[in-house]
Design a protein around this ligand. Sequence first.
Ligand code: GUN
Length: 319
Amino acid sequence: MEEMKITPRILNGIAIAEEIKAEVAVDVQALVAQGITPGLAVILVGEVPASQIYVRSKIKTCGELGIFSEMLTPSESITTTEMLALVDKLNARDDIDGILIQLPLPRHVNTKRLLEAVSPNKDVDGFHPVNAGRLQSGQPGLAPCTPAGIMEILRRSDLPVAGQNAVVVGRSDIVGKPAAMMLLNASATVTVCHSKTEDLPKFTLAADILVAAMGRPGFVTAEMVKPGATLIDVGINRITDPAEVEEFFPNDPERAATFAKRGSVVVGDIHPAAFAKAGAYTPVPGGVGALTIAMLMRNTVTAAKLRRGIAGEVFQEKR
Ligand code: GUN
């Protein structure tokens, strides 16, 4: 008899992001009615094209949701001291609730010092050690946008987390570590794997929820995935080699057309062939990445509330 084939469920990040943005817009209106307009300041240093695109998109979304925004664009030659002064001014401004320093910064700028200079209550990226500590101890605060987006996808798709084996591959401060902490707060049994992990498949094969966030194109292959697992692909890797495109996307006229037009296609950290084995998965593009800006908007509103002592978000997921 032929093996029974179940069609994996595609978790549509774009639709979930739209849902969250609509909710944020309602929240913004409620604050505006109380005389509070949430405000976001974005600092974009120099002229990195990818960063310019991201920042433009963040500013545009603010406008759509009724959030005040301000873009600061110092030149590439700005010093750490000058940047610190800029952040201090924003920390002190009452009309600014969120401060986002677009990364990466030029090499001569001390990124760590700057991220720690942002007031924790205005830290809408959730990168400040104080917010990492709040997340760890289940206190109200601001959580990093990408892992917060992962939790929203799971929750809004009614995928169970409590009691599930969640394996996070990648241990960055921005994604892997906070994702592991949030999954733990939601009562998953969490394992964090990384580049030094021995026998990675031993862990990934036990994963009911597999989060791939190591930044290596198609690294998680079908043989590493438990049938029926939920696959969360955080990777956004641009590939330009035609042989690689063919390897990742054989018989895929849509990708071939994209490649012909743009000279590149994106692939996640999970090999596309692995998705066929999943119960549910986030596509790339259109999965986790689609939520980052929605979560930034939500953090900006949360920051506006936090700073005024209006009910804050609590990290501890209630399930
Ligand atoms: N650069 C790429 N992604 C991000 C992000 O989420 N936040 C900031 N500040 N910079 C980025």
